[in-house]
Write a protein of this length. Structure first.
Length: 256
């Protein structure tokens, strides 16, 4: 119903703008859009404050209600980086690199072994948590297998992408401390440059249509953290389709 009212309001606004009519009240609103926006945010705050069930749930679960999403974010970002640093740290020591690359093993085989070893550090704990959660929920008679399996798939796909991204950064850095620096920079490079250029253009080019608050789709897709955790986040968690696309990119980076 809310969606229908939203579409109806949009259509009425378009019709009023195209009609050429000028009603004093609507003209006042159109000339003070900032005030209208603040008023809307104020009313949203009132509605949230009057929602007793929301605060009851927060009091019931306390900080635990925020642990899962933030844990997934930190686990995927930091875990992928740490595992990549652990299994490919030998590349930053000339002695270790010379020793391992002198073994009777193809470079592809050596890379695949290290890559899968690091990925196992992320996937195996997820499987352990999944199995333990299934056993505990089944023991208490509250098992919801579909939700647990969806969590497992989404988290593993996130781990796959960010780990592959960290491995990609590890292949061209010459120092182990440069790896986290490049990893962090590349995760937000496109979004940062776009925001900087948009702010400059708004400042010096009169009438520039861009806005730092309206992020284009291509910028969001090239900024994985923003796109996954904010742009395409749903009320039930992360969008599985978006996560699957990034996981596919992670596989391509590993194969490349």
């Amino acid at each position: 119903m809310i969606v229908l009212f939203t579409i109806l309001a949009l259509l009425l606004g378009l019709a009023y703008g195209l009609s050429g009519l000028e009603l004093p009240l609507l003209t006042f609103f159109s000339q003070h859009t900032d005030l209208v926006l603040y008023l809307l945010m104020f009313t949203v705050g009132i509605s949230v404050g009057m929602h007793r069930g929301l605060f009851r749930k927060i009091r019931e679960y306390h900080i635990r209600i925020f642990i899962i999403p933030f844990g997934i974010i930190l686990g995927s970002l930091v875990g992928g980086l740490v595992c990549a640093m652990a299994v490919f740290s030998y590349l930053y020591s000339s002695r270790s690199a010379a020793f391992l690359h002198a073994l009777p093993m193809r470079r592809e085989g050596l890379f695949l072994t290290n890559y899968l070893s690091g990925l196992a550090f992320l996937i195996v704990p997820n499987l352990a948590v999944f199995l333990l959660s299934v056993l505990v929920e089944a023991a208490f008679g509250i098992l919801v297998f579909s939700s647990l399996f969806t969590w497992l798939v989404v988290v593993c796909l996130l781990n796959l992408f960010f780990y592959s991204f960290a491995v990609f950064c590890a292949m061209f850095t010459g120092h182990i401390l440069a790896l986290p620096a490049f990893y962090g920079i590349f995760n937000g490079l496109v979004g940062g440059i776009w925001t900087l250029l948009t702010a400059i253009f708004q400042e010096f080019y009169y009438g520039y249509p861009g806005s730092v608050t309206i992020v284009p789709a291509w910028v969001a897709w090239c900024t994985p953290v923003w796109n996954i955790f904010f742009q395409h986040a749903t009320t039930d968690g992360f969008d599985p389709l978006v996560v699957a696309v990034y996981a596919g990119v992670g596989v391509l980076m590993a194969l490349g």
